[in-house]
Design a protein around this ligand. Structure first.
Ligand code: AHR
Length: 312
């Protein structure tokens, strides 16, 4: 009992002593705003001094923030990397300064020894779950899909595209007829959907929208309505994140399915850092979060109420 108590005291002391820098991408989506608020509240609960930097969607700002965290001598750094490439240099600098780095919600193309762990979903799987839902829903009917991609060069945009394509491969009745980035935002999601509708006979040639996040889907739903069509019926809507607003849209019959991504990436990240700081325990290189499918059959308003309390 005594040694158990001592162990937990050591871990708690490690957490309370920690100063952690967090380079966040920005606030392009409801999901990202929730991730930020949960990271701040998780840090507060654990007595971690969190230094927060909003990069306004720019990798160069993230690199500057990480350099400034290194100069301040923080104990650890969290990075939600806006794009997948271009991280080696600054991660080498963190490694030289012996500051562990944890990646949040997006992966990078860099050697694994440059970071302690990555807390992310399996983004290829998320795309697959979305695609498999559509395959099942349309059956043998012909279905032209338009796709709203996330930020160009980001791991979720690359992987969610790949997963969806894998799911529909071999189903020749389902075709992606247009695909463009909407940068994970509602505004661009709406704009790009308007252009898809215009180009596809006022939307009559479109059977389904696949959006790499819910915010773009919500913007697109507005565009579909403004074009005089019924989202969820005339054009099926499947997306990823499970933010509260998509459940409202599902309850109204205007969205069909979403794949959940937890905004609580910081919880597992801080757990891993606390253990690492306490006794050097190395976490696995990938801490994978779950990806659950929700449809209109899942009592969307109940889920909406539950979600509202969870950082949103
Ligand atoms: O990296 C996770 C993605 O980034 C979320 O799906 C999206 O909403 C966010 O901006």
């Amino acid at each position: 009992l005594i040694s158990g108590l001592m162990a937990s005291t050591t871990i708690a002391a490690g957490a309370a002593d920690m100063t952690v820098g967090f380079s966040q991408i920005g606030s392009e989506s409801g999901w990202r705003a929730a991730e930020t608020s949960l990271t701040k509240s998780q840090a507060e609960e654990r007595g971690i001094d969190l230094k927060f930097a909003d990069a306004q969607q720019k990798q160069e700002n993230q690199i500057k923030a990480v350099r400034s965290f290194i100069a301040q001598g923080v104990d650890a750094i969290l990075i939600a990397p806006v794009v997948a490439t271009g991280w080696e240099g600054v991660l080498e600098e963190a490694k030289d300064a012996e500051i562990p780095v944890v990646l949040l919600d997006r992966q990078i193309d860099a050697p694994e020894d440059l970071y302690l762990t990555a807390v992310t979903s399996d983004q290829v799987h998320e795309g697959k779950v979305a695609g498999e839902w559509l395959v099942k829903d349309v059956g043998d009917a012909e279905c032209n899909v338009v796709e709203l991609q996330g930020t160009t060069g980001s791991s979720p945009a690359i992987n969610r595209k790949q997963g969806f394509e894998e799911a529909i491969a071999g189903h020749d009745n389902i075709k992606i007829i247009r695909s463009q980035t909407g940068d994970f935002t509602r505004t661009k999601g709406k704009e790009v959907m308007e252009s898809f509708i215009k180009a596809e006979d006022g939307g009559k040639n479109i059977c389904a929208l696949y959006a790499h996040n819910d915010d773009m889907a919500v913007g697109a739903i507005q565009a579909i309505k403004e074009a005089g069509l019924k989202p969820g019926t005339d054009i099926k809507v499947v997306s990823i994140d499970a933010v509260p607003d998509i459940f409202q849209a599902m309850a109204a019959g205007e969205a069909n399915a979403t794949v959940e991504l937890t905004p609580n990436m910081a919880g597992p990240a801080f757990d891993a850092l606390e253990k690492y700081k306490a006794d050097g325990t190395e976490p696995p290189k990938w801490i994978q979060t779950e990806s659950k499918l929700y449809t209109q059959a899942d009592d969307p308003m109940k889920v909406y109420e539950e979600k509202k309390g969870l950082g949103y």
